[in-house]
Design a protein around this ligand. Structure first.
Ligand SMILES: NC(=O)c1ccc[n+]([C@@H]2O[C@H](COP(=O)([O-])OP(=O)(O)OC[C@H]3O[C@@H](n4cnc5c(N)ncnc54)[C@H](OP(=O)(O)O)[C@@H]3O)[C@@H](O)[C@H]2O)c1
Length: 313
């Protein structure tokens, strides 16, 4: 089978496709024939060596976190899935390994693929969909009538975050680049701000929740836009920010929350159900396995609306 590996940290040119034996599942594992894999900013943060603390520095490393595919075979202890089932799933975010013809996973990292969406769309769900769910329902605990600002609203997490926040009854202000403003509106945002024309830091509005997906807004800047009791969510879990959140949250009504993605089978199933119903999945570009270097080079430049995916067969 083909799989993507790299032997050193660097830019996308370190990525290579190699031949490997198809693995055999242990009794608590499933072997999935991968159909499509999504591209996440976490991928390049890891292969560029920006997350060595979490990823370690042992080589070779593998790439690709979330995927869609078809169960090929199952270990003897597996119940709930059988060969031939269409699934979505994810592997350890810092180890990767989904960018391959086959991947080994635990049943808790899988959910049924909704029949109404394509394999390409399905691969675009797990990492960013779970991130959006965790932010909206756990970190920010968004409730009906709240004013929510989503900064970076038309990327992978953002488009799901708009839709899920609206489902919870919030009023959503979306900040996006020019190319994303129309989609933020059709995605359900009540108000859309083009960050290339207007600096959100100058607004007189005050919010119950601010979600920064751009990694460009500091807590200090966000505090000026927050109501007295409000929550700011960042997706950058640096040791300093984690420490700051502990001390800040003891004394201030303006809370700092940090996303550290914690996937669960339950949440993956909720996501699968949402996609079965009406969750819109927006794909930007679709690449073939042989195009991995150009795919990651392009994705790393930003300006992606929704998600880009790599089709493996
Ligand atoms: N901590 C965790 O567990 C965890 C889990 C998942 C993801 N993450 C991180 O969360 C972040 C968001 O993930 P994602 O998949 O949604 O990334 P993404 O698809 O790259 O989305 C980021 C968005 O931010 C926008 N943006 C860039 N500069 C901006 C600015 N100055 N003002 C407002 N918006 C701006 C981008 O728009 P343009 O089109 O203009 O580029 C893009 O739409 C990434 O850094 C990712 O690594 C963390």
């Amino acid at each position: 089978m083909k799989k993507v590996i790299y032997q050193q940290f660097g830019n996308e040119n370190v990525l290579e496709i190699v031949e490997a034996a198809v693995p055999t599942p242990e009794k608590d594992q499933l072997l999935v024939r991968v159909k499509a894999v999504s591209i996440n900013p976490l991928d390049w943060k890891v292969y560029r060596g920006e997350m060595k603390l979490m990823s370690g520095s042992k080589f070779p490393k593998t790439l690709g976190i979330d995927f869609s595919g078809i169960v090929e075979s199952i270990g003897s202890d597996i119940t709930g899935f059988k060969a031939g089932d269409e699934v979505i799933g994810l592997v350890d975010v810092f180890k990767g390994g989904a960018l391959a013809d086959y991947v080994l996973v635990k049943a808790t990292d899988l959910a049924p693929k909704p029949a109404n969406i394509s394999f390409e769309q399905a691969a675009a769900l797990p990492v960013t969909g779970l991130s959006a769910l965790q932010i909206i329902d756990e970190l920010a605990a968004i409730r009906k009538g709240q004013e929510v600002l989503i900064n970076g609203a038309t990327g992978g997490i953002g488009l799901y975050a708009i839709q899920i926040a609206k489902k919870r009854g919030a009023r959503v202000t979306a900040v996006a680049g020019t190319q994303g403003t129309a989609l933020a509106k059709t995605g359900g945002a009540d108000q859309v701000i083009d960050y290339t024309r207007e600096d959100i830091r100058n607004t007189h509005q005050r919010f119950d929740t601010i979600i920064d997906l751009s990694t460009k807004m500091s807590f200090t800047a966000a505090k000026k836009l927050m109501k007295k009791k409000a929550t700011f969510v960042t997706t950058l879990p640096s040791p300093l920010v984690l420490l700051q959140s502990v001390f800040n949250n003891l004394f201030s009504g303006k809370k700092l929350k940090v996303l550290i993605l914690k996937p669960t089978a339950e949440k993956l199933n909720i996501l699968s159900e949402l996609a079965k119903k009406d969750l819109k999945i927006v794909l930007d570009k679709t690449y073939s396995f042989n195009e991995i270097r150009s795919a990651y080079k392009e994705a790393g430049k930003g300006k992606i609306i929704g998600k880009s995916v790599i089709v493996t067969d």
